[in-house]
Design a binder for this molecule. Structure first.
Ligand code: PLP
Length: 229
């Protein structure tokens, strides 16, 4: 068995174990493939993984083109500049990093009406970190309303990257605040079904706080490559 297969199997077993007894099952895995070569993505796709996350639009476009025809589901998880919205709106099936009204209107304007609506998550800067993407918790309602009024977009839920506190209790507290925001959003928008949080170091803690989409890179692929082939 390859190392990749071993890591993939171990990861899925850990996700399933963490999801046991949670109301939010099933928990989906997003394979974060930034800085990983096309060959590694293809190898994981051969093992059955469909959803991949990328942070940079140019890097993603090249990989999406190279792997076209494999029926993969691409998620944009990086900060998205409005001038990249045209490319992002049609290359991805999901954009998880929506955090301002201008980006919502740009994605809506550029999404090809012949494609299904673009799935979007509102990114929340849950620990109010300076210089980090994401809206404030207080802005979620306004952004959700704007997305719900854009027919080429489909509001699916929330995403967060909590501050990497060394103290797990602090991270759990951030995840729990996201879970409360998520429940509140679901009361207003019953179609909302996705809470994206948890990475290699903390996805089990996130699942315990209702995450149902975890974004895992290094625990799956190993260390990121500095130079892409
Ligand atoms: C890189 C990245 C991940 C994956 O991080 P790992 O620690 O490698 O699992 C998840 N989410 C976002 C937004 C990222 O940028």
């Amino acid at each position: 068995m390859s190392d990749l297969q071993t890591r993939f199997d171990d990861l899925r077993a850990r996700i399933a174990a963490a999801a046991l007894g949670q109301a939010t099952t099933p928990v989906r895995l997003l394979a974060v493939s930034k800085a990983q070569p096309v060959a590694a993505i293809a190898a994981l796709a051969d093992l059955g993984q469909r959803a991949f996350g990328e942070n940079y639009v140019q890097e993603a476009l090249a990989k999406i083109a190279a792997l076209a025809g494999r029926d993969l589901e691409w998620h944009c998880i990086g900060h998205l500049q409005s001038n990249k919205a045209r490319d992002a709106a049609n290359a991805f099936a999901w954009v998880q990093s929506v955090d301002r009204e201008r980006l919502i209107s740009a994605l809506h304007t550029h999404r090809d009406p012949a494609l299904p609506p673009l799935n979007v998550l509102i990114q929340v800067n849950i620990d109010a970190e300076a210089g980090k993407g994401g809206c404030t918790p207080a802005q979620v309602d306004t952004l959700a309303t704007a997305i719900a009024q854009a027919p080429r977009l489909r509001l699916r839920g929330l995403m967060a990257i909590p501050k990497p506190h060394p103290d797990p209790a602090q991270r759990i507290a951030s995840f729990a605040r996201m879970a409360a925001l998520y429940q509140h959003l679901r009361e207003r928008f019953p179609e909302v079904d996705t809470l994206s949080m948890g990475m290699s170091d903390d996805f089990e803690l996130a699942i315990a706080q209702q995450a149902n989409l975890v974004r895992v890179g290094t625990a799956l692929f190993g260390a990121r490559h500095k130079h892409l082939p």
